[in-house]
Design a protein around this ligand. Sequence first.
Ligand code: SF4
Length: 397
Amino acid sequence: MTTAQARTEPQDVLDVQPTPLALLLLGREADPRSERGVECPGDLPSPSDPDLVERARAAKEKLGSKVFVLGHHYQRDEVIQFADVTGDSFKLARDAAARPEAEYIVFCGVHFMAESADILTSDRQKVVLPDLAAGCSMADMATAEQVAECWDVLTDAGIAEQVVPVSYMNSSADIKAFTGEHGGTICTSSNAKRALDWAFEQGEKVLFLPDQHLGRNTAVRDMGLSLDDCVLYNPHKPGGGLTVEQLRAAKMILWRGHCSVHGRFSLESVEDVRARIPGVRVLVHPECKHEVVAAADQVGSTEYIIKELDAAPAGSKWAIGTELNLVRRLANAHPDKEIVFLDKTVCFCSTMNRIDLPHLVWTLESLAEGSLVNRIEVDSETEKFAKLALERMLALP
Ligand code: SF4
């Protein structure tokens, strides 16, 4: 890819081919107590309406400081242009809490993010998700019932008292509440090591939910544990598919969940890009598989990836292993650097991409007309324990 191409052909800048899998509809038919798959209850404007941008602008203007629009890094450009602030899920939730004058928090992200925003904002603030079908396949992989069953398995094995749960931010409010109630903490991809350090001071073992890759990568890469210290708990098998001896010997009990987007990158993608682009630096998210992380030059959260590319010298070459909307924006923002997508095929977060301009217009216009739509509200008991887990994270040394 040349610099000129990066400037003039933003759609082709990453040289990737569309794949039907890119439009997998994730987050449907899920546990109704965690991530829900629900159709839009209203009349959506047509995607071909040429006035959509103007309509969104007008509705937002009418709402003024009553509305605060949050845009996750993986959102489409058509939506991001209306975000008052962009960031990862935790930063966005905190930004919303810091804007108490905003009665409506429109979260352009996925369901668990809107739940976290509701937990962290005041009761007066109402969190709205423009498309209720925007779930997260990873969060769906750990339901409240499955995790309660897992705890019973750990109790029967006589180890529950030694186990501290650590749950990734990318989990439902129910799972966060379970974590808080059982003495554990939440973590993000930026502070996972600090969370694990803390957890191993509280107990001898960690139950890491729901992303096996972030758990394994942090334990092995950052904390010096071995792969043999980790076992994989499969919620679809009796006893998690593990023997009592395996559970007793393990230090890290990893939940068998993963991100459908980051899980697609392979060792082959890394080898292929190194062969294609001599001198390329491979920078990946820790939700990628362990073999991908082990083969990469650098590993870090979306915020880390953004900062590294901002600071990178002109002419440097990068292959990025994270969601395609973000990588495409970064490539367009840095035409002086060669930034390519790590995989050869398109790798959007399909559920995140459900939030499109028609849904945003519908949401903003409904709010401007005084109709509160698609509110995400966590019940008070769940909120109490989920907040406890989040507060433990905020207090991490
Ligand atoms: S990128 Fe992965 S973890 Fe993030 S919302 Fe999409 S499916 Fe969930």
